[in-house]
Design a binder for this molecule. Sequence first.
Ligand code: MV4
Length: 451
Amino acid sequence: MFTKILIANRGEIALRIIRACQELNILTVAVYSICDKDSLHVKFADEAVCIGNNPSSDSYLNINNILQAAINTQAEAIHPGFGFLSENAEFARQCEQLNIKFIGPQADVINLMGDKNNARQTMIKAGVKVVPGSNGIVRNKDDAYAQAKLIGLPIIIKASAGGGGKGMRIAYELSQVKDCFEKAQLEAKKAFNSDEMYIEKYIENPRHIEVQVMGDEYHNYFHLFERECSIQRNNQKMIEEAPVENINDSTKKALYDNALKACQAVNYTNLGTVEFVMDKEENFYFIEMNTRIQVEHPITEEITGLDLIKMQILIAENKKIPFKQEDIKCNGHAIEMRINAEDPKNNFAPCPGQIKALHFPGGKGIRIDSAIFQGYTIPPYYDSMIAKVIVHGRDRDEALEKAIRSLTEIDIEGVKTNIDFQLDILLNENFLDNKYNTSFIQEMLKEDNNV
Ligand code: MV4
């Protein structure tokens, strides 16, 4: 058992992890930047250490300062949350070397999955369904052209060091391929200091469906059903649902089998997410694996009844997962809405500032994961997500009803938010009918402009 864990994060996820630790009787160490000194994660943790100035590169991304804080407070483990250092293999490696348990998979696995081309090649070898595409790295524009001819258009050119949508270019015609490749490669070099590119067949207007997985140190692998994450804008998810109600049971079973195969292929430990794109015919393909706990993990908690942060800690303590796959049942339907301090009328520009008044919704099946309060000032240095509203109902209709009511009850004053925009989505006929894919928001905004 751990007696003390350091949480290398801030905001609602830091609170979420502190709460899980408290229920497990584990002491907590918060870390914070200057502007976060009065925040709730500092207040609720047993100890708190300032790790630097406001820019995340000086604080929440500062490996040395965080490790020093862990050493000074004698923390036995570090939970990285999501974002920041959560998928930094170097950080995980340094933790391993200091004999501080990194709560996540091994550094080698983080490293492997962080290289998206490597991940793809590993999955091909393991027999996981991947998108048809290049067999390894595409070196130059002539190579790209030859590959595009073989694969067939449209294609998507991706940076191996990318993921989450950065450094990607789509070519619909052969004549665009060389130009697209050079632009994508230049972007990748700038953003990731790596010019390694690979190419896939572009699946147009796909659904973005992911499977939550976990594995312990004893080669036991579990899936925790799927999440629909197609409501996104610029690769930022806005609404997620679990489970997916309008795909065949045989498709679901195949998704789980592929996700578990991915885990087995790399001896995956701790929690992870296997991402797929799916077309209208329910053909699905592996695209990436995320080696962290995700923002949208609460919807999986709601449908399974499991505490995923506790599972992460238990697995990190080298404990065997104390149940069987058949014991995990999917109950009802959950929806998460990410509330951001941003202005949908100004291209979703972040809106930091002080919360003047605050009222959160409540009732059965309504959960708020947030670290804001009346008088709190949202700093401009970090991302703009300030709350997650998570609802759970017996079925999708009941969850939708709770979702809409929640967003009508919620009141956040002082900063602009995406709440009304979220309501537009929830009340959209296609959304209500569960007929949507990753192009949903883009199409909704297009229609708006035509009025
Ligand atoms: C794709 C794809 C279609 N075909 N790959 C988006 C995030 C990253 N995890 C991978 N992504 C995609 N990969 C193939 N072969 C569609 C997406 C995708 C997307 C891509 C560019 C811009 C916005 C997007 C939104 C959703 C999905």
